[in-house]
Design a binder for this molecule. Sequence first.
Ligand code: UTP
Length: 294
Amino acid sequence: MPPAPRKAIFPVGGLGTRFLPVTKALPKEMLPVVDKPLIQYAVEEARAAGIEEFIFVTGRGKSAIEDHFDHSYELRDTLMARDKKAELDALEDMLLEPGQVAYIRQQEPLGLGHAVWCARHMIHGEPVAVLSADDLVLSEVPCLKQVIDAYMEVGGNLAAVMDVPREHTDRYGILDVVADDGRLVEARGLVEKPAPADAPSTLSIIGRYILDPTVFDELGRQETGAGGEIQLTDAMARTIGRVPFHGLRFEGRRFDCGSKAGFLEANVAYALERDDLRAEMREIVRRYADPAEG
Ligand code: UTP
């Protein structure tokens, strides 16, 4: 059995251009779903999956992320003075232990693969998880936990995958499938953002990966792919033959929070999951679904 990944990389160096103007001064990963920023969902998921080291690859204008995971003494004192214990506990709970967090700067946003490569000196030849905060997964078992459990069965490179409509293949990394047992899929190749007519399947990779250390050697070649960016899927694809690549059809509902519609849908879905908001939210959704009644 391979060793369980203990480290996770959170690439948060992108510009978030699809969300301008809000992302001019606010990192996309700090956009809230209900009352929690996207990046906090990702960190909580990683923690619940047993991750012990959290490596953020940041960029210009992303310091709000560092502040978010740090102590805020003024806030703590104010909450204590006002006897707001629940809020105080929630803030204390989300803090990571000293030494568990590292921030590395991606000086230029050259792509997801480049962001991951920037963390290479912290990996020391271990398998590592990568979580993209803009893929949010609502599930009973945290998505990364499902991915790690599958990795413990097959090792190599692994990513969470899901079927997408054929007309959307040009938005994702797509698997060229060689074997499929309905849960785990083995790929003989990966294609980044293929046109629907050229896509070898409709199985798309979402932002939950376990990387074999060989991927960092491939990333080191700095080869650019789709969109002129250094793509993580291209580097993983080049290791196939030396290292197996599996996709895991995970259990859960995934929201593409890198797109406006996906982000808005996530807010509705997560609000409907909350006891304190469900009734009001249902009423709001009903009203908008049938404007004649509003
Ligand atoms: P996206 O592909 O969604 O790019 O990145 P983006 O720049 O964030 O957003 P748009 O497309 O301009 O709206 C997916 C994840 O990879 C990170 C992003 O921060 C995001 O979490 N990323 C992307 C980097 O860390 N560095 C990069 O160079 C590109």
